[in-house]
Design a protein around this ligand. Sequence first.
Ligand code: FAD
Length: 342
Amino acid sequence: MTEAIKTDVLIVGAGPCGLFAVFELGLLDVKAHLVDILDKVGGQCAELYPEKPIYDIPGIPMITGHGLTESLMEQIKPFNPTFHLNEMIETVEKIGDPEFRVTTDAGTVFECKVLVVAAGGGSFQPKRPPVPGVEAYEGKSVHYAVRKMEDFRGKDILIVGGGDSALDWTLNLNPICKSMTLVHRRDDFRGAPHSVEQMRQLVASGKLDLKIGQITELQGANGQLESATIKLNDNTTAQIKCDAMLPFFGLTMKLGPVANWGLHLENNLIPVDTGTFETNVPGIFAIGDINTYPGKLKLILSGFHEGALMAQKAVKYVYPDKRVVFQYTTSSTNLQKKLGVN
Ligand SMILES: Cc1cc2nc3c(=O)[nH]c(=O)nc-3n(C[C@H](O)[C@H](O)[C@H](O)COP(=O)(O)OP(=O)(O)OC[C@H]3O[C@@H](n4cnc5c(N)ncnc54)[C@H](O)[C@@H]3O)c2cc1C
């Protein structure tokens, strides 16, 4: 059995609310590990709208999703949290009062006193393209993300989609592949104009075959793709030789494994006590978009407030005998020492 990582608190989800929770816990000397399915921190801000402006973070008139993520990472630096990215929390088992054993799909095992579910809308999952039988190739020759570019060196690659991910990977993988075809349903791309321009240059120089149409059929055996049939917009068909296909049709959010952790759910959200943000299971808290209570607003500022109150109760599980005194960061030299500013 894998040796468990022991931590005071395990936070499920490194979105803005999970990140800020590290700060509030840190002020109370509570250490946290965070797990996220994504390969980056920042949750929806980083994945869905990194370049878009946010206007309602208190005291910050305007900041982008990416900017907010960067600032939160800077703010929690003094508390040195440990991140486990590209991993999904799968199971949660109660082993003490409270103490939990938590496992990820990568086999990492944690033992924690407190679990903070900051899982937002749930797990981001790639949308499957509407091609019959595509499941049979997934993980072997159809990939929804590029984990290691080297895996695609010397391959005949078929990229599908018209957004930033499709264009970015077209540009990044083009120099190392054997051949590349980009398929999009219309000759109009949603990605950044500069990327569209670079993609057009690759087409002009003969390094990229751009097909406007839709994939209708895949051919191959035992999960290994050999070719794909494309119905072109002029009603002809084309047969493309390929040994790897990368469809980028966006992400959807599904509740995922959170549903199996013994927590009460209301419309796929976790009801909480608004004094502590604790769930029906003592020691398990839910903050941010994943929780529900009368008047809940799915705003980042709500999740920040929820994290502060959660920490006040969580510290009692981690240090049952410690008296917690309320302090301001402005005037407490004790808190300032923890923040490394005094
Ligand atoms: C286009 C858009 C614009 C927005 N604009 C604003 C705005 O202007 N102001 C505002 O306040 N809010 C805005 N929001 C809403 C805001 O982004 C959310 O309220 C906020 O992201 C919620 O933060 P969170 O940390 O609760 O969840 P999320 O940001 O959703 O992060 C949750 C994280 O948990 C991870 N996760 C889920 N399940 C698991 C699991 N089992 N194991 C491991 N990891 C898991 C996910 O991968 C994700 O990274 C906007 C949202 C969108 C989509």
